[in-house]
Ligand binder design. Structure first.
Ligand SMILES: [Zn+2]
Length: 400
């Protein structure tokens, strides 16, 4: 897959133009809407938010990039298609109102891979409240997103294929508020009382690097080179896509109940978090004691949010041990993950709720928005190999 991307990037230069050469015609009030004409902007696919669009010229548009609810974590997501009857210059202005530009736009290449738009086609206003994209688009459809666009259908396909190739069972553990299935993948332990490891993802819709990281982590942990003896010693419950409604609608943060799902662990007022909790409790009823929870996200850097040093959790000092194994395995030039030890008792995040409820470690795994995608893969593979080594040492200790 990698060499293909390199070849596609060679052709990218032809698709993009320097700023300042796009079409401008005034009097937008006399112009058609965004979705008609020879050059059109549409937002009618899974993950596209449906922002108010103003036509500013024959091939110039302005999108009002606003969150689903007020006072929200600043993750100004956008995703849209540009349609052109013939190759043309086009401009898209992103107006963030009181929010600020965060995501370097990405473009879908002909082979389905994605690449960051070169910095010189994106002009961000000094105060950060506006960004202008100046593009040279081919005839046909050009898809642009704040990150790689991964529609919910593609996420379902990935889960099914992953479960099939790794011998996992797949079950619907509940429905989202809008009735979309929440799926869990389970890998059965060889013993009925094996410790339980929970892996979560997809709570926050724009956090695509978290999705990429989670997939690479799971592929290494359970793929063809996995250590079956280690895997068999644990019960695995994996819920990769906890907020399908938020993803579908292109939300910045919330589900359709107006809540940040990662502030609902404990209250469990939302069907998505309640489904995850019920699935965990079911595993506990079946005899599997909670051992570890990993929750995959994105932020502005690669960081592991861990319990504080010396926290009274079992296994004791998991984060310190795992991180030192990651560092010993890591071959990259820069350091691997930063570490952010913190624990606000009673804070309803998955990680803190897990530690407070089961006295077992929960770790939030965060990848940077702009982290090089090859580095995300390498970090995840390293983290998975390090976890395998850690779990192997645990099972070796408990062997008679
Ligand atoms: Zn997050």
């Amino acid at each position: 897959m990698r060499p293909q991307l390199a070849i596609s990037l060679l052709t990218l230069g032809a698709v993009l133009a320097a700023p300042g050469c796009a079409t401008t015609s005034p009097e937008p009030s006399r112009l058609a809407g965004c979705e008609t004409g020879a050059v059109r902007l549409t937002q009618d696919f899974s993950t596209a938010p449906g922002y108010a669009c103003q036509r500013e010229g024959e091939a110039a548009f302005e999108l009002s990039v606003l969150p689903e609810d007020p006072e929200i974590n600043p993750s100004p997501w956008y995703a849209f298609d540009l349609h052109a009857d013939e190759a043309t210059d086009a401009e898209v202005a992103l107006d963030y109102a009181d929010y600020r530009h965060r995501y370097q736009p990405r473009i879908e290449l002909e082979d389905g891979h994605w690449a960051a738009l070169p910095a010189d086609v994106v002009t961000v206003s000094e105060d950060g409240h506006q960004a202008m994209l100046a593009l040279d688009i081919p005839a046909g459809v050009t898809r642009i997103g704040a990150q790689e666009v991964i529609p919910i259908e593609a996420r379902a396909d990935w889960r099914a294929a992953f479960a099939d190739r790794n011998g996992m069972s797949r079950a619907v553990i509940g429905d989202s508020r809008e009735g979309r299935p929440i799926e869990a993948l389970t890998r059965q332990a060889s013993t009925s009382n094996a410790p339980l490891i929970i892996i979560l993802g997809g709570q926050h819709p724009p956090e695509v690097t978290g999705v990429l990281g989670l997939r690479a982590f799971l592929d290494t942990m359970f793929g063809p080179h996995a250590d079956a003896t280690v895997l068999d010693a644990y019960q695995w419950l994996i819920i990769p896509d906890l907020n399908p409604d938020g993803v579908e609608h292109g939300h910045w943060r919330h589900n359709t109940g107006g809540l940040d799902l990662n502030r609902d662990w404990g209250p469990f007022t939302q069907p998505e978090t309640a489904a995850a909790f019920a699935a965990i409790e079911q595993q506990i009823m079946n005899g599997h004691a909670p051992f570890l929870l990993l929750d995959f996200h994105s932020t502005r850097r690669d960081v592991l949010y861990t319990p504080p040093d010396g926290a009274a959790l079992t296994p004791f000092a998991f984060s310190e041990d795992w991180i030192s194994l990651i560092e010993s395995e890591w071959t990259g030039d820069d350091p691997a993950f930063d570490r952010g030890p913190s624990h606000n008792v009673g804070m309803p995040t998955s990680k803190t709720w897990f530690a407070d409820t089961y006295a077992a470690p929960g770790v939030t795994v965060e990848y940077g928005d702009n982290t090089d995608r090859d580095r995300i893969i390498a970090l995840s593979q390293t983290a998975a190999r390090a976890l395998t080594r850690y779990l192997d040492s645990q099972t070796a200790n408990s062997r008679p």
